[in-house]
Design a protein around this ligand. Sequence first.
Ligand SMILES: *Cc1c(COP(=O)(O)O)cnc(C)c1O
Length: 412
Amino acid sequence: MSAYVSHLEAAIDGTRLPAREQHTLHEGRPLWVRYDLQEVSRTLSKEALRQRPPTLWRYRELLPVEDERDIISLGEGMSPLLRCDRLGSSLGLSTLFIKDESQMPTGSFKDRGQTVAISMARSFGVTRVAIPTAGNAGGSMAAYAARGEMEAFVFMPEDTPEMNQYETVQAGARAYLVNGLIGDCAKIVLDGRERMGWFDLSTLKEPYRLEGKKTMGLELAEQLDWLLPDVILYPTGGGTGLIGMWKAFQELQELGWLKSERMPRMVAVQSDGCYPIVRAFDSGERFAQPFEHATTIASGLRVPAAIGDFMILDAVRESHGCAIAVEDSRIVEWMKVATAAEGISVGPEAAACVGAVGHLLDSGWLSPHESVVLFNCGGARKYPKLMQVNLPRLDKEQGLDWASFATDLRRR
Ligand SMILES: *Cc1c(COP(=O)(O)O)cnc(C)c1O
């Protein structure tokens, strides 16, 4: 394998930095990985791609790892793109797909970022990694660090969902609860960088997680035979998935692989308990103000200040998309509706996107015959509390009272 990376580029001002060196931020803002796409188009064809195994490493020419031996993989990528006619028609859409990231190794799309970032860390000889997280990123990093024989440190706010706490420890990480927000956890990771010599895997503070998340866009294009949908709805926290996909579409266009010039409109979906990006979008700002007192049951959306805010907003605006906040109080209901319609384990973040479809159709921004792809970035199974029910109890001697059972069934 050879890498086609030409350089790194500061997202804020275009400054070029050399590839194959450890870089973090420039002027406190993220870096892009840039490739020699002409060289890629000379060596890689769509036909060759079709023969490769169904993991995200099939796109290795568009990923930064140079030496195949550095790759730490759990078989991630190529999540199914599921057509959802039943949910679609109940919402009023003729063509709806869900890209189901709940089927990734640790149950969320975070694995895409971690496989690439941990592989790159290994190529740099890193043996210790650390991350602040309020959700799925910690468990994912811990799993890849275990497989890559690295020591992992995870710092979480104390209200991080239990399952996210358990999975990090189960995978051998040293995990800590902090009586603060994710920003307080991030500060600890930053402080420990020199003292502990760990590699900081915070969202967008190294350039490689974004490259992994980009593969959602590459896969979507390949799965739709290189014809992108009209609209993509993406549950937006730090925004890496949305930014990464938009980057993927630019790269594919430059490679000449897309069958149409028309790009999807990118929709950043947030909750009415935390919507910094929506606020900035509505007021025409390039950067988002930190959101005070952020609360949402969708932990993936609880990011009050995103370091890549301007990158999200640029992608949304360039694509003629929009940003929308939906009612947090209805998320549990939308989870249930979507899962009952399609059998997909729809998490609270994606459920917000289900709600957004209704609002965007009502306002006329979205029309019923446009093709829509919604991202289920993680499943419901990580949130047992949101799915809790009290089942009716039966006595084994008496069994069911069939008469009232029949009445009950008719009522539903
Ligand atoms: C992290 C996460 C998000 C938000 O992802 P970003 O790309 O960082 O905005 C959404 N949903 C789930 C399930 C997540 O784990």
